[in-house]
Ligand binder design. Sequence first.
Ligand code: ADE
Length: 225
Amino acid sequence: MLRLDIITVLPEMLETPLNCSILKRAQEKGLVQIHLHNLRDYSTDKRHRRVDDYPFGGQAGMVLQCEPVDRAIASLKRQRAYDEVIYTSPDGETFNQSVANQLSMGENLIILCGRYKGVDYRIREHLITREISIGDYVLTGGELAAAVIADAIVRIIPGAVGDEQSALSDSFQDRLLAPPVYTRPADYKGWKVPDVLLSGHEANIREWELRQAVERTERLRPDLL
Ligand code: ADE
């Protein structure tokens, strides 16, 4: 079973997104365990539970200190071995379906969420094994990135999505965008569903879907081909 340990100064930012719908069900079914750890619990500053300090060099902003992060990671590593210690940061490798597929095959993963100006660079040099960005834009912290990564990883665990075929036929899973989908009614205000989908002819339907997928990928995301 996959286990995700997420270290953050804002666990409340992750509680709801990681406990709804498919992610909630996957945890209830025992397909994944997701544990949130408040970095402040690892502060040695009992009074203010401080975990950040001013950067050397005089720049603006605050930096997460080595000690609480080291203590949090060490405490987890004492309990089990981890495949990766991931740090969410805009300067990491760009997250995509292939990275999600790789990570979902792991057993134990730590995700450290960046905040403020980031974490003391020595943590990245000595403890982090993989740095991941969810895109070329800057968020207020790594929590939403961690939620995106966790969501993408968990939904492809076999059994997480009700219809097994469904997660495999997504856009990107085969480097093609998904074909259009329709549901009842077949005619809404004169807006019609393509005839082939109503034909009941399985082979023609699959062929139409593949042609649509290729045509949409060529037109919208030629870089994927
Ligand atoms: N933290 C801030 N921006 C981020 C991004 N784009 N990806 C991952 N972590 C981040």
